[in-house]
Design a protein around this ligand. Sequence first.
Ligand code: ADP
Ligand code: MG
Length: 701
Amino acid sequence: MGQSPDPDVLRKPVQYLKGVGPRRALALERLGIRTLGDLLLHIPRDWQDRTRPTDLAGPLQDPVVVARGRVTRAEHFQAGPRMAIYKASLATAYGSLPVLWFKHGSRRYDVFAPLKRDVVRGRDLWVVGRSEPGLLGAREVHAEEYYLEDDPRAAIHTGRIVPIYALTEGITQRFLRELIFKALGDCAEALREGLPPRLLEQRRLLAFGQALRGVHFPAAMAERDAARSRLAYEELLLLELAWFLKRRQTKGLSKGFSYELKRALLTPYREGLGFELTGAQKRAISEIFDDLRAGSPMTRLLQGDVGSGKTVVALAALLLAVENGYQGAFMAPTEILADQHLSTMKGFLKGLPVRAAMLTSRLRPKEREATLAKVRRGEVDILVGTHALLEEDVDFPRLRLAVIDEQHRFGVRQRATLRQKSSLLDLLIMTATPIPRTLALALYGDLDVSTLDELPPGKTTAKTFHVGEGEALDFLKREAAAGHQAYIVYPIIEESSRLDLQSAKKEFERLRSGPLAGLQMALIHGAMPGKQKTKVMNEFAAGQWQVLVATPVIEVGIDVRNATVMVIQNADRFGMASLHQLRGRIGRGRLASTCFLVAEPKTPEAVKRLETLVSSSDGFRIGEEDLKLRGPGEFMGTAQSGELTLKVANIFRDAALLGQARQDAQKALEGDPRLVAPEHAGLRRRLLELYADQWDWVDLA
Ligand code: ADP
Ligand code: MG
């Protein structure tokens, strides 16, 4: 590689390195490693201190030991029809140590050929392996790696702190360690600093090259920490810069209309609610109104726990638009929810001269045409529908505001698309999976965020228990006898799949003919025709059914006050946020409500998830735990698209760095809005590399 700094060195494909052929390149790709840059940023998942051999005299801290000594004996034997063992005795500073290698025998070749060559009497070795109690109670080591003292490569793996990497089939620890070691050596000259000198100094950061070397092969654990921090900081700085640029782009647009507070609808609306707005609702409404009255389009996230009153806030925004003679759209993820919103909305709008209508795929062509014609003529003020609303060719002459409910499966990319489609609309996006403010800033950096952190008085979260099915159903029967209603929910992921419908039906039959015989029960499932779903839902709301067996079509939005019990089957198969939302469906009235999580969790994480739900009713805490357990990509539902997959930084552990990065990004852009100053050349280049194609909105032209 060149001697002078080469800006493109990090983008070279890994195949460029000696020892990486097409097969290895393919294996590396499974680890997300395509370029030299990916390779060098493949941060170790752990580090092992092999500076000196493990003290074998005393008790061990760690079952993995490092031994060093001279081979005094070596032999091999067959230990069974398939198992062969190679055994050496090592003279170490702590006495003689038996070291064993286990292999599946092969008739075709000698599995011990390399050992017979290397591990022979008189050779000096390093061995890394597990300490196990041997036959006579003495310690023996089951070797995982060994290195010959006189092999120069031994110094990469021993006598220092060594990196332990995440691996995949076809890639060994030894291979990857040597590859990265060599790549670091080759590139050292060509690696260019990407951060401005001012920041390096001010934040006391290691130089880029040193940080890369230090994160893989640190001279001390302190160097590793400093190296990791530096790389994490850089990653977060780039993310924050991207967010600021994205927001600047939106703020630079001029929507060409504005709203005036006429109060013709808003005042009667507020007076007709029948309750006082919470402080948080008032704050959110005022933030939204400020945006609506500004010159650039609003892109705001309204986050709040289930039941925190987001709909009431959204409706206030829609009414401001309607007061000003404009139209609004209200979009939900499912038709059931859209239905529900329309009926809630109609309740709040009673007596007000506001015309709301619904557009879904299940309207008959004639009805659909009629509704569309009304929208076109401006005879509909608020159109409710599913997320497809903006994609269909609805002719919306005076549409100015779109409210989008439940966006937790909405990634940055979808938001960008939405913004492009509706470039000058005001957008209000709502989520029922709230997270603390600092985290929200990191994850939703392209949005302004309003948070409802206060529940209306009297709103309770269902008492939650983790129990067996029998106990849950006994309780359910007692509540039913007392005149209350219940949900039983099954985790069916593929709503349209036939198989799932069959299993839901089977479960329904099992419950109806067995443990719940005699109760009035109905089944509702995502694969049912929409009309039928609505019918069953309405019948349940009217009290005709005591028990509703459901798939997560009811996950969000359904509001039946007499329902006091929810039994969630196989609860370990739901995400935490989903479980919390589900139980939010009960406990909306004045009645005490109970949620049963029926599950046999199989992993420690699954146990942790259930415990968190049993012990906490705080949506923010649950959102945070969920994000911790799943990571940002999974949490946002965008893992596949690679959005927000931070390689080094962890937004929890690195919260302080995140704050600094945010501050520094803002400052850098204030002084140099297009990042054209020479000191920003590195940042500019990395930004375009990382985000320009990925989110297609980082615009530095
Ligand atoms: P979210 O959409 O955030 O889950 P909703 O807007 O559906 O919450 O409100 C939940 C319930 O609480 C609704 O029945 C609504 O009428 C009621 N509600 C909303 N705000 C208040 C308030 N400030 N005081 C009392 N009840 C409220
Ligand atoms: Mg809601």
